[in-house]
Ligand binder design. Structure first.
Ligand code: SF4
Ligand code: SF4
Length: 139
């Protein structure tokens, strides 16, 4: 289970991994002989139940809404982006695309998490905060 969680945190997770985590967690819970074993998978099972959108953000959108996983931080809040292109000009690896006055996007496969775009953005449209991510997901 730890290997799967690390894989998800690296940005290599898949939706199938979520199903595997859930079935492994339930198996450990149902087949352990002592109380410790029966409760060990609870953190994973309860976060899968109550914070599933955060797992999906990691495996589908490849972002970490909590800004904790180093491989998966920083996303653009499209509602705030005014298309000034400052982030594009400041990104050292060409990870951001977008034209003047258009919404910009970050290619997380190219991004090296240097934070230069965040500093350059005049309207704070680049974030790694969970509440910002939830607002995007929930529209
Ligand atoms: S964090 Fe750095 S590498 Fe990533 S998109 Fe922003 S400027 Fe580019
Ligand atoms: S710097 Fe901010 S407002 Fe300007 S294009 Fe980038 S994300 Fe949009």
């Amino acid at each position: 289970m730890l290997d799967i969680l690390n894989k998800i945190c690296r940005g290599d997770g898949t939706m199938e991994d979520l199903d595997t985590l859930e079935s492994l967690g339930n198996m450990v819970k149902d087949t352990s002989l002592c109380g410790l074993g029966q409760t060990a998978p609870n953190p994973v099972l309860s976060t899968l139940k109550h914070f599933r959108e955060e797992y999906i953000a990691h495996v589908v959108d490849k972002v970490c809404p909590a800004g904790v996983c180093p491989n998966l931080t920083n996303f653009i809040i499209t509602d705030k982006c005014i298309g000034c292109t400052k982030c594009v000009k400041n990104c050292p690896v060409g990870a951001i695309t977008g034209k003047v006055k258009q919404k910009h996007t970050i290619d997380l496969e190219k991004c090296i998490r240097c934070g230069a775009c965040k500093k350059a953005c005049p309207v704070n449209a680049i974030s790694s905060k969970p509440e910002d991510w939830k607002a995007i997901v929930n529209g």
